[in-house]
Design a protein around this ligand. Structure first.
Ligand code: AMP
Length: 429
């Protein structure tokens, strides 16, 4: 990928050996540009798309420094989704096995007591989603982060969303002022100012060339349809893409509920699929992802929880069942296909209500989507069977306590808010 070698970046021989042992020969641009300043001790803001080797760009210099002075907790990595946390941990384990690296993944959906016990053992690296870590810090004394050398915010722009604000405030309260802060994301544009507030230690800023935002190998199309027959179109597309063309697909849906509805609908109509959304338990989420990654099923129905960072190299088609509100989300979603130089198709289902949104996305990505060829007469033949099947799913789901977990999470957030307010009052007095 590049002309620079790993040893010339300043990494220890053992780390170069580990990297080579897993078949990685040359550093990628984000690694060439970010590893040396991180080793110099500078804060870093790195902007590069997923799959570009971002994780190794922060994991390698952290492991280099850790091996010089090993103790726990040495580094904290925050990331917005549980799946990303596991993915990051895997890379740390691969590169760090030589030095007996101990890591703990702290995410929701896992027994808190067990997690607390693992944290109490002072792992070298903690990889966490903000909500659960804040929960531990606010309510238990199991771990101290006061001596960490590195704080990493992966998918930093997403972490700076208001939804993470309370949890981040609790976490930042428990961190030392003197530390190295590394921020990585695929899209940074409008949050760069806020990132500079977080990374204060002479931040080094590197952004991958702009044209990487949506790749050339990606074919971007739309299907225009009246909203009331959207489900029919979706099933028609599945018949072609999944059954006839044997493609591997991710379907993005707007909410956890719609994700669940579509996954049941597809299964009932004999399209084997798995679902990934935040109301599922963590073991269900991991099981879904594993079935999809291993090729056991070729359809993943997901919310935006799957739109960022996930390293799934073989997705042929991304279907936007809804048009995302921002072009940033669109870029993340379609970035799940056409990875590593392969071709890919992004197909957006557009109704009369989505036209303005689509236009604004087209302006932002500087690409005009072309129309996907579909036969309305064929689609309408499915109308009755799809409508009946959809109604059955809605009735079935109407009787379940879907959304209960969300209520629990809301209650937890309220508790954290209380913690933040109490801390603020304490600081003032
Ligand atoms: P990312 O999600 O950006 O961290 O990229 C992850 C994928 O890229 C993983 O499968 C890594 O093993 C792989 N990777 C990381 N660094 C390199 C490199 N220098 N050359 C080739 N692949 C790499």
């Amino acid at each position: 990928m590049g002309t620079t070698s790993f040893p010339s970046l300043g990494l220890s021989d053992w780390l170069v050996g580990q990297v080579n042992a897993v078949g990685i020969k040359d550093p990628t641009p984000v690694q060439v540009n970010c590893i040396p300043p991180i080793l110099e001790g500078r804060d870093c803001i790195g902007c590069s798309k997923t799959g570009s080797g971002k994780t190794a760009a922060f994991a390698l210099p952290i492991l280099h420094r850790l091996s010089e002075d090993p103790y726990g907790v040495f580094a904290l990595v925050l990331t917005p989704t549980r799946e990303l946390a596991y993915q990051i941990a895997e890379q740390f384990r691969v590169f760090g096995s030589h030095i007996g690296l101990k890591d703990v993944v702290v995410v929701g959906g896992i027994d808190m007591m067990k997690q607390g016990l693992s944290l109490a053992k002072k792992p070298h690296i903690v990889i966490a989603t903000p909500g659960r870590l804040a929960d531990h810090l606010a309510n238990t004394d199991t771990v101290s982060l006061k001596r960490i050398k590195f704080l990493v915010l992966d998918e930093a722009d997403r972490l700076l969303d208001p939804s993470f604000e309370e949890a981040l405030e609790v976490i930042f309260d428990h961190l030392p002022k003197k530390r190295q802060t590394l921020l990585f994301s695929a899209t940074l544009t409008d949050t760069i100012g806020r990132l500079r507030e977080v990374a204060t230690n002479e931040p080094f800023c590197w952004e991958a060339p702009r044209e990487e935002a949506t790749v050339e190998e990606l074919d971007q199309k739309y299907v225009l349809m009246p909203a009331k027959v959207k489900d029919c179109y979706l099933i028609y597309l599945m018949e072609h893409l999944h059954n006839e063309e044997k493609k591997t697909l991710i379907l993005f849906t707007p909410t956890c509920r719609s994700c669940q509805v579509y996954s049941i609908l597809l299964r009932n109509l004999d399209y084997p699929c798995v679902a990934l959304h935040s109301i599922l338990s963590q073991s269900q989420r991991l099981a879904s992802l594993n079935k999809f990654k291993s090729g056991h099923v070729r359809i993943l129905v997901a919310t935006d929880v799957a739109s960022r960072g996930l390293d799934i190299p073989t997705v042929d088609v991304v279907v936007n069942v809804n048009i995302p509100a921002s072009s940033k989300d669109y870029i993340h979603r379609v970035g799940r296909t056409a990875r590593a130089g392969r071709g890919g198709l992004a197909l957006s289902l557009v109704t009369q209500y989505d036209i303005d949104r689509l236009k604004s996305i087209e302006e932002n990505i500087k690409t005009t989507l072309t129309e996907y060829d579909s036969k309305e007469s064929e689609v309408l033949k499915l109308l009755n069977s799809v409508n009946v099947a959809k109604r059955e799913v809605e009735i079935r789901l109407g009787d379940t306590d879907f959304g209960e977990r969300r209520k629990i999470n809301k209650r937890k957030r309220k508790l954290l808010e209380g913690y933040v307010k109490a801390r603020k009052t304490k600081k003032k007095t």
